[in-house]
Design a binder for this molecule. Structure first.
Ligand SMILES: NC(=O)C1=CN([C@@H]2O[C@H](COP(=O)(O)OP(=O)(O)OC[C@H]3O[C@@H](n4cnc5c(N)ncnc54)[C@H](OP(=O)(O)O)[C@@H]3O)[C@@H](O)[C@H]2O)C=CC1
Ligand SMILES: O=C1OC[C@@H](O)[C@H](O)[C@H]1O
Length: 311
């Protein structure tokens, strides 16, 4: 039986997610509902994506018993509030990144999912095969547009680091950065020390043109490259051998680079739900919590404060 998806939020990433789902076998995945704060937007979206049901509120989706999983595609500042609505209603949730604006709210979501015995996962990327490096790691993001920083895209670098270090907590974190007058982090460099003398270095910047790829390097040199865009890659280089992982042609134009790759998330969710599991092995909830704590420490050291921190 197909996994029945309910999409929440009729914006750009929900469009891309819907297109990505359509690259998967229809017998495996079916989008049953689109919910928007506006019934007109929901109906337009439903017509464009051939979705049978459109709701003009998120609450209606939360009350629909015929949905297997909700995709939270709304603005990231709303993930915690709306995520809580669905988790408390007993719905499984795949949340767009980031889970929430701070570590307290991430932990709140995870605890609520556990309490209600439902599945919860944040959007990640499918690169586990590169894990288990014994070497050092460098990840950088080039020339980020400001909204990428505001949407916490730098978490992709940290997700990658945690993936390579198998969710291990760093022994120490050193972060330094430059802020814009508005308080937005313009450039940040982070070094993390892990057990057995291993290190990771992450850099991202709105101002400087850094390479947008990830490298895992050990004593034998740079062994593994994830060619940019590192958060949604299609090319890996391992021991000088490049392998391409092409994405299928989308049935409609996409808003974001390579976002047909969201199909990997959908596939992972289906596999876990079929097994009755409550989280993903690819992006475990413990990693999400640790990621939020690392982000909090980096923000503290660099001096980045969000309104949500005091709410
Ligand atoms: N994984 C990835 O590659 C990407 C992830 N993202 C993440 O997805 C999020 C959404 O991005 P995107 O789709 O580009 O944004 P859009 O502005 O296109 O859509 C956001 C949607 O959020 C909903 N929403 C709910 N509450 C609010 C609110 N208070 N203010 C504004 N919108 C609200 C709206 O849906 P409605 O009114 O229909 O209910 C709106 O359409 C980003 O914040 C980002 O973190 C973004 C791009 C790529
Ligand atoms: O997560 C993201 O990745 C791609 C960007 O274009 C987008 O704005 C961001 O939120």
């Amino acid at each position: 039986m197909a996994t029945r998806w309910g999409l929440c939020g009729a914006g750009k990433i929900s469009h891309d997610f819907s297109v990505a789902i359509k690259t998967l076998p229809p017998g495996d995945h079916r989008i049953a509902v689109i919910a928007s704060r506006s019934i007109d937007r929901a109906k337009d979206f439903a017509q464009k994506h051939c979705i049978p049901k459109a709701y003009g509120s998120y609450e209606e989706l939360a009350n629909n018993p015929k949905i297997d999983i909700v995709y939270l595609g709304m603005l990231h500042t709303e993930h915690w509030r709306v995520g809580m609505l669905f988790l408390k209603a007993g719905k499984n949730v795949l949340c767009e990144k980031p889970f929430a604006m701070n570590s307290r709210k991430v932990k709140d979501l995870v605890a609520t999912a556990k309490k209600n015995h439902v599945f919860l996962m944040v959007v990640s990327f499918a690169l586990r095969t590169l894990a288990n490096s014994s070497g050092n790691l460098r990840v950088s993001f080039y020339n980020l547009p400001q909204h990428w920083v505001e949407e916490l895209c730098w978490m992709y670098c940290l997700q990658f680091v945690l993936m390579v270090f198998n969710g291990e907590r760093p022994e120490s974190i050193q972060a330094t950065g430059v802020l814009l007058d508005s308080g937005v982090d313009e450039s940040v460099v982070v070094t993390m020390k892990f057990s057995r003398k291993r290190m990771a270095l992450c850099a991202f910047s709105i101002a400087a043109r850094l390479p947008n790829d990830a490298v895992i390097a050990g004593t034998k040199g740079p062994l593994k490259y994830v060619l940019g865009p590192m958060h949604c890659p299609t090319k890996l280089v391992v021991n000088d051998k490049e392998t391409e992982y092409p994405l299928p042609e989308p049935c409609l134009p996409l808003n974001f680079t390579n976002s047909a790759g969201l199909r990997y998330e959908a596939g992972e969710v289906r596999q876990r739900l079929l097994k009755g599991l409550k989280e993903s092995k690819q992006m475990p909830l413990a990693d999400s919590v640790l990621l939020s704590e690392i982000m909090a420490e980096i923000r503290k050291q660099v001096g980045v404060v969000f309104n949500q921190d005091s709410q």
